[in-house]
Design a protein around this ligand. Structure first.
Ligand SMILES: [Zn+2]
Length: 471
């Protein structure tokens, strides 16, 4: 709470007063946070007061964190098609109305309905050895009695192809250490089909994430069209290492995989939308949001409850402070990002005629753990503006602007209408808990949540309020 207050007053000072004098005063202790130069351009002057108020109100409150905790505690996970997600959506509509947001609505979306069911993996032997696993999203199940087959371990697609003679009839483990998400995730998405093509009967993937505490990471796979489909699951880094050691010793490892995973007919779901209508140019829209669905393990608090609540909080703060910008600010909680992406596509299609007057789209789907700034994609002129606006965030140290911004839910609209795109970027260890049972509220510091919401609020407010249109 004390740090809360120190940061709060520092942030206010940095936004509202002239640049801090250089060098520490000998009478004063060193500052609690690094202070950066804040010589911001003249055009930002009219927005400094509103920015200071938004930051002040956000840092003085843990309302966003409390709301996120409530969602996880009340509804649990929010997998597409689950009653949990639909109850959370109904609640969010009512809660946005209670906040006083305008044009609050649920825009219907049909979503795939994948169900995990019971599942297990064990090393077969006189004393069976259960392993920690999670079926991959969109996987088919095994026959009711499971699949028993010998293990073969590979470390790349090249090695898989080279070992094709040994793959037929086996369970393939892709034991690939986590490098970056972008680099390693292809073994989860494409590995099962690559193995199936060579005659494997099931696929296992070392969890896509840094080693945790025997934590399995789920996530979706994509079956290649026209190829046989085999069941697939993630195993923990520790269990992958164990299977590797046994294989290196020349032990023939017999595995039994059982998964009840299956699809039900597509289900009704919705994107939740709320607005603060613009006072002068209501048809020009700044969209911010996150995806409200999650995997069915943990409570999706970081991925992506945090992005939903932080962007939503930006509108709540504007409303509370009576800040009605020139243009409309719209929050969207997209559905079905994790195993279908239908919410983002549906938003694009439903708002087709309006996309030309979307000024900016922002998605927060990288967590709020140690926010550092925003990724941005757009013209050089727009980038220069965004960089300037970020100076208003130096006091809370969320002022870095990265080379590219975007997100799975905004990209259909961004691509179609060439709209400037932002994403909140953070330095925290997001991929340690990503898609795991450990994605729960306790990993999130209320202060980080408040800093993220403040940064999003200031960015969205200034883009919606400034004279010139960003795009
Ligand atoms: Zn996500």
């Amino acid at each position: 709470m004390r740090i809360h207050r120190v940061l709060f007053s520092l942030a206010l000072m940095m936004v509202t007063v002239a640049p801090m004098p250089a060098g520490p005063s000998p009478q004063l202790p060193p500052p609690a946070i690094e202070t950066r130069p804040t010589v911001s351009p003249e055009w930002l002057m009219p927005y400094r007061d509103a920015a200071a108020r938004l930051i002040g109100a956000s840092l003085a409150s843990d309302a966003a964190w409390q709301r996120l905790a409530y969602i996880g505690d009340t509804f649990g996970h929010r997998l597409s098609g689950s009653p949990n997600l639909e109850a959370a959506i109904r609640w969010a509509v009512e809660e946005m109305q209670r906040d006083g947001l305008e044009n609050v609505r649920a825009e219907p979306v049909k979503v795939p309905h994948w169900v995990r069911g019971r599942e297990s993996l064990e090393i077969v032997g006189t004393i069976p050895q259960p392993l920690v696993m999670l079926g991959l999203g969109n996987s088919i199940g095994t026959p009711p009695g499971g699949i028993e087959a010998d293990l073969v371990v590979v470390h790349s697609f090249e090695e898989l192809d080279a070992m094709r003679a040994r793959v037929r009839g086996r369970i393939v483990l892709f034991n690939v250490p986590f490098a970056t998400y972008g680099e390693t995730v292809r073994y989860r998405s494409a590995g099962p089909s690559r193995a199936a093509t060579l005659g494997a009967v099931a696929a296992l993937v070392r969890s896509v994430g840094p080693p945790g505490l025997r934590t399995p990471h789920t996530g979706s796979l994509q079956y290649a069209e026209g190829q046989p489909q085999i069941p697939a699951a993630a195993v923990t880094a520790e269990d992958a290492a164990r299977l590797q050691r046994m294989s290196d010793r020349g032990t023939q490892v017999l595995l039994k995989l059982m998964m009840e995973a299956h699809f039900l007919p597509d289900a009704d779901s919705a994107n939740v939308v709320g607005e603060i209508r613009g006072r002068e140019r209501p048809d020009e829209v700044v969209v911010i949001g996150g995806h409200f669905d999650s995997w069915d393990v943990g409570t999706g608090s970081t991925d992506d409850g945090s992005g939903c609540v932080a962007t939503w909080e930006a509108l709540r703060l504007m409303k509370k402070l009576n800040l009605r910008p020139r243009r409309t600010v719209r929050v969207v909680l997209w559905t079905n990002e994790e195993n279908g992406g239908r919410g983002g596509v549906s938003y694009r299609d439903r708002h087709q005629t309006e996309l030309g007057s979307h000024v900016m789209l922002m998605e927060s789907d990288s967590g709020v753990l140690h926010p550092r700034g925003f990724g941005f994609s757009g013209t050089d002129a727009a980038r220069a503006k965004i960089r300037d606006i970020a100076m208003l965030l130096s006091g809370i140290q969320v002022d870095a602007i990265g080379p590219s911004g975007g997100g799975a839910d905004i990209s259909p609209s961004v691509q179609q209408a060439n709209i400037p795109a932002l994403s909140l970027e953070s330095d925290g260890n997001y991929f340690l808990i990503h898609h795991t049972p450990a994605d729960t509220i306790d990993k999130i510091d209320p202060m980080e949540m408040s800093r993220s919401a403040a940064a999003i609020a200031v960015m969205a407010y200034v883009v919606a309020e400034m004279q010139e249109t960003l795009r």
